[in-house]
Ligand binder design. Structure first.
Ligand code: PMP
Length: 314
């Protein structure tokens, strides 16, 4: 199959095809009902980071959603690595990829008609990270604002699984953007404690101690886990606990973690400033994370600094 020059490849149901040829049915249950799961890793200098952890979480999400695929974890790892190998030459200098596996229950069968597709839809794709749109966050810190919509509780749908339907998060972000353009939305859990940011986990620092919400009401981020390990291995006290608004607003520092952001300082919460654009403990953890991934990821973001609006998660 001829590919358009400089077009990325995507893995779709067993084959690598140019993106423009990766066609999905409009009857795919992922499109119709959001009946799908996904996971997203990133590259550092073209190398995938913690792919096994992302694929393990993907398989947990699949199991929770009762979606069965006939590929095993190693098949997904191999296909993901091959995808990055094929697309790496298309990365612009200094850029890196977001790499996602997206798996839906498949194409819905119509009553009395033969199936259009057997089994789930399996897609693996990559896109350049939003380095330009988020560069200023590494210079100024993120402005965080509590959203009016709470995180869906585990009694309704487990926030531990990475399920395609992000409407709760997207709407939370849009409500915040409507009143405070450029701010990043943070959601509370149903008890009024801090849950997580849109597509990221949140940490606070008080009296030199790092605190982050426990995993009951959030997605257990791969980056979150790496940061907790870094703290434990480097003598930085860290605890997972309920964080009511009072603790969050009286902390001295805060930062977000996610695959794309890595560790990114939060400069204010609902307009209350934290210690400068990045406090001392946040800076130390950013340095430890850069060592872990073998790259000064904040400098990578800053190298794409330009005039123009910053863009949040969604
Ligand atoms: N929470 C949510 C809801 C997310 O979508 C993400 C991004 N996957 C995270 C947290 C951060 O997780 P990770 O560090 O694995 O990217």
């Amino acid at each position: 199959m001829e590919s358009v020059r400089n077009e990325r490849s995507v893995y779709l149901n067993g084959a690598f095809v140019p993106e423009s040829r990766a066609l999905l049915s409009f009857r795919d249950s992922g499109f119709v009902y959001g009946d799908a799961v996904f996971d997203t890793a990133r590259t550092f200098d073209g190398r995938l980071f913690r792919l096994k952890e992302h694929v393990d979480r993907l398989f947990d999400s699949l199991a929770y959603c009762r979606i069965a695929i006939d590929l095993d974890r190693q098949d997904i790892i191999d296909a993901t690595e091959e995808l990055v190998r094929r697309n790496r030459p298309l990365l612009a200098p200094g850029e890196d990829y977001w790499v996602s596996q997206r798996i839906s229950r498949g194409v819905m069968q119509l009553d009395g008609e033969p199936p259009i597709q057997d089994g789930p839809t399996v897609l693996i794709e990559c896109t350049p990270l939003p380095l330009r749109a988020r560069a200023a966050m590494f210079r100024d810190g993120i402005e965080a604002v509590i959203a009016p919509l709470k995180r869906i509780p585990p009694e309704a749908l487990s926030p531990n699984a990475k399920i395609n339907n992000y409407m709760n998060a997207m709407l939370a972000q849009r409500e915040v953007t409507a009143v405070r353009p450029g701010a990043w939305a943070l959601q509370l859990d149903m008890n009024g404690n801090l849950a997580e940011g849109i597509g990221c986990n949140v940490f606070f620092v008080r009296n030199g101690k790092v605190q982050t919400p426990r995993t009951d009401y959030i997605l257990p981020g791969v980056t979150r886990g790496a940061v907790i390990d870094l703290c434990r291995n480097n003598g930085i006290p860290v605890e997972e606990r309920d964080i009511p608004l009072h603790l969050a607003t009286t902390a001295s520092e805060s930062f977000f973690t996610s695959t794309s952001l890595c560790v990114c300082p939060v400069r204010s919460l609902n307009g209350r400033p934290y210690l400068g654009s990045a406090g001392p403990v946040t800076k130390r953890i950013m340095g430890l994370f850069a060592d872990l991934v073998g790259m000064d990821y904040a400098a990578q973001y800053l190298s794409f600094l330009r005039d123009g609006p910053t863009r949040t998660g969604f």
